[in-house]
Design a protein around this ligand. Structure first.
Ligand code: CTP
Length: 363
């Protein structure tokens, strides 16, 4: 299922990384990575329509029978600036060198397209069998701390555990994080990890101190089960409900909408919520993600009261109705509409006729 229909006898094309891992685990892969031992750009163009070429990285994306496939040249890299993108030192190196720059042994397997043979330079097959995540060298997390989040993602997705030494290296890194790192990559991995909507991933994220990659604040695990909350109240930005618990996401490049979700939560902290009317008004114009953060960090009962009982209540009376009743537009409109809302929150079955009746008594 993960294999694309490529006929090649060069002996130089290999499936590599996640796609080999996923095939051996009997899982579907979303992207298929293929590496060419040498310079892929010219050689791989023949497999289909070329979609994109990146000469600096020696990569080419080709449409093969309706599937987009990335072909990469084998390459060697060094991390001049730890935590940032590596610099390519050689395009067209040997397969072994290409494999050794990778994160975990289970992601360092290659499969020959010509013969189907699995090439395992690092013990990835055994680790796959033993459900173990093992880095390829001691400097792996220092080079690229996002690998710590990738480890979390894979351990939860596949039920794997870090091997003892890898866990020790992770603990060492987290006890002295170098915050000069590429947060774009951190954000990408956080999104992929938390979009799994797994309470277990979040428990590990907090309890293992992985959150320290993002903030210097001390964070404790909230008592609310976030996974259940999101299953009950689905949201678009699942990841942000989890990551938002850290509150300080200033290092991540948030979009305007993501920023607003967090800023609204901060504003809500000082908003009184002593009645259904106050609760409704407070949450009326915020995203569900913000309400869930309120449930997790402030008051679950109040947030659920809004989501379960209040949020779908809408008054039907409009400004035009008030005009038709002979009322001139003024700040009084808001006062009256709020009074109708307050009444309707108490008696949601109120019809429009009942609402207008109430307006008349108010006038
Ligand atoms: N890789 C790495 N270090 C990283 C990111 C990626 O060594 N920080 C290597 C791994 O060998 C990985 C491959 O590049 O298998 C492809 O990366 P990516 O597509 O991000 O990962 P996948 O393993 O395919 O994971 P996923 O299934 O989540 O896409």
């Amino acid at each position: 299922m993960n294999i694309v229909n490529i006929k090649d006898t060069s002996g130089k094309l290999y499936y590599i990384g996640g796609v080999v891992r996923d095939e051996l685990l009997g899982r579907e892969s979303f992207d298929i990575d293929i590496t060419y031992v040498g310079n892929a750009i010219e050689y791989c163009a023949k497999f289909g329509e070329v979609i994109r070429v990146n000469p600096d990285f020696g990569t080419i994306r080709v449409n093969v029978c309706g599937r987009e496939v990335d072909f990469a040249s084998t390459r060697a890299e060094v991390y001049d600036r730890k935590g940032h993108l590596p610099r390519i030192t050689k395009i067209g190196c040997g397969l072994k060198e290409d494999v050794l720059r990778r994160d975990f042994t289970v992601n360092a397997l290659a499969k020959s397209i010509t013969t189907g043979e699995i090439i395992d330079y690092t013990g990835g097959l055994d680790d796959l069998k033993n459900k173990t995540l093992r880095v390829l060298h001691d400097g792996s997390f220092i080079d690229d701390p996002t690998r710590i989040i990738r480890g979390l993602k894979f351990s939860v997705r596949f039920g794997f555990e870090l091997d003892e030494h890898t866990k020790k290296l992770q603990d060492e890194y987290l006890s002295a994080v170098n915050y000069d790192m590429c947060y774009k990559r951190v954000k990408k991995e956080l999104i992929e990890t938390f979009n799994l909507n797994s309470q277990e991933a979040f428990d590990r994220f907090i309890n293992q101190g992985i959150y320290k990659l993002v903030t210097e604040n001390d964070i404790t695990l909230p008592s609310v089960n976030i996974e259940n909350l999101i299953k009950t109240y689905p949201v678009k930005n699942v990841w942000l409900v989890y990551a938002g618990v850290l509150q300080d996401l200033s290092r991540l490049e948030l979009t305007r909408q993501e920023r607003k979700i967090l800023d609204d939560f901060v504003l809500l902290q000082n908003t009184p919520m002593n009645s259904d009317f106050e609760i409704y008004k407070a949450f009326q114009n915020v995203e569900t993600e913000t309400v869930l953060l309120y449930a997790i960090l402030r008051d679950e009962k109040i947030a659920r009261r809004y989501l379960d009982n209040l949020r779908n209540i809408k008054i039907q009376t409009t400004g035009d109705d008030l005009l038709n009743l002979g009322l001139k537009p003024s700040p009084k409109y808001k006062e009256i509409l709020d009074k109708i809302l307050a009444a309707k929150l108490q008696t949601p079955e109120m019809s429009k006729k009942d609402e207008l009746e109430l307006v008349r008594t108010l006038l």
